[in-house]
Design a protein around this ligand. Structure first.
Ligand code: PAF
Length: 326
């Protein structure tokens, strides 16, 4: 009679041992982004991964795929829609091809400064944009940031819109950007990011436009001589997750993903603040010729026909709501 009791006790002990020694199941998720691990995207992705691990007791592990290892931004967003990639950190410049309403934030000279942009994105206008994503097969968790976009080129110093005439400027595949550069007299050449550095090296394009965060991390000083600090477009980024992953999470894990993405966004903003403080001097030391300031009013006046197009597309009241947001 004592033998079965002993067996039962042994089985229970074995059960307890295997229970207590089993590590919590870990889900590995793939996160793609276009830039180097040392960039603002890398900083945001790392902060997201660390924060998510803390909030979920290490149940989610993020595998990084930086430097466009999984393709251009457009391709990565498509993969997230399909569920073959779990997460992407990406610029709104790409996202407006999927969620057209986000194109409004790419309008030139819309935001006064970073504080204005961050307040808009973190407030009701930005939050209303995030809720447009599920209808397009994507879940936007939180806003990140690249900074203000500036112009680089290999031909000449650009001081005014007239200097842009005839320059072949690579733009993102983004209708708002393309309209702006065409209106300013440049020859906009939309192109995916992985083709940009070879294009600049081979001379198929004369210039490109991106924030200091990108110009430094992609080492554009090696392929471009002139930098004009135009601050023509504020460039937000987004943390996006595949609905296939997100919709299967518990409510608590969904909140953990959103909070981790907010931590990632805060890390990106901190990185951008730092790089905007030091990056221009670094680029000057690397030999870039810098035009430190342009007459913004002159650029805005030249953009008048583009602004009329944006008003038709996004509604003047919506644009003014952002412009006048306090
Ligand atoms: O210019 C672009 O394509 C984007 O700004 C970049 C560099 C891929 C970052 O999102």
């Amino acid at each position: 009679m004592r033998f079965p009791n002993m067996l039962r006790a042994m089985a229970m002990t074995a059960c307890l041992v295997s229970f207590s020694s089993a590590a919590p199941a870990q889900t590995s998720l793939k996160m793609g982004y276009a830039l180097a691990p040392t960039s603002h995207y890398g900083a945001g992705a790392t902060a997201f991964a660390e924060d998510l691990a803390k909030r979920t007791g290490g149940r989610f592990k993020i595998e990084h795929f930086p430097g466009g290892a999984l393709g251009g931004e457009r391709e990565m967003v498509e993969q997230v829609q399909l569920g073959t990639l779990d997460l992407v950190v990406v610029s709104t410049g790409t996202v407006s091809n999927f969620v057209p309403e986000t194109g409004i934030v790419d309008i030139p000279f819309l935001f006064r400064d970073s504080a204005h942009a961050r307040a808009v994105l973190d407030g009701p206008i930005g939050q209303d944009l995030l809720v447009k994503f599920p209808a397009r097969g994507l879940i936007a968790l939180a806003w990140g940031e690249q900074g203000f976009r500036h112009l680089t080129n290999s031909k000449r110093a650009v001081n005014s819109p007239a200097d842009l005439k005839g320059l072949k400027i690579r733009t993102m595949e983004n209708a708002v950007h393309i309209t702006a550069f065409r209106t300013l007299g440049a020859l906009p050449t939309p192109m995916a990011w992985p083709e940009v550095i070879p294009g600049l090296q081979q001379g198929t394009i004369d210039g490109q436009e991106n924030p200091i965060s990108v110009i430094t991390s992609a080492k554009l000083s090696q392929v471009q001589k002139n930098l004009t600090l135009t601050r023509h477009v504020y460039s937000p980024a987004l943390f996006i997750v595949s609905p296939k992953i997100y919709n299967a999470l518990s409510a608590a894990d969904k909140k953990a993903f959103v909070d981790a993405a907010k931590a990632g966004g805060a890390a990106m903003r901190k990185f951008v603040d730092e790089v905007e403080r030091k990056g221009v001097d670094e680029l000057m030391r690397q030999g870039m010729q810098i035009v430190p300031k342009v007459d913004t009013a002159k650029f805005q006046a030249s953009l008048a026909p583009a602004y009329a197009e944006y008003a038709k597309k996004y509604g003047q009241a919506n644009i003014d709501r952002i412009r006048n947001y306090k």
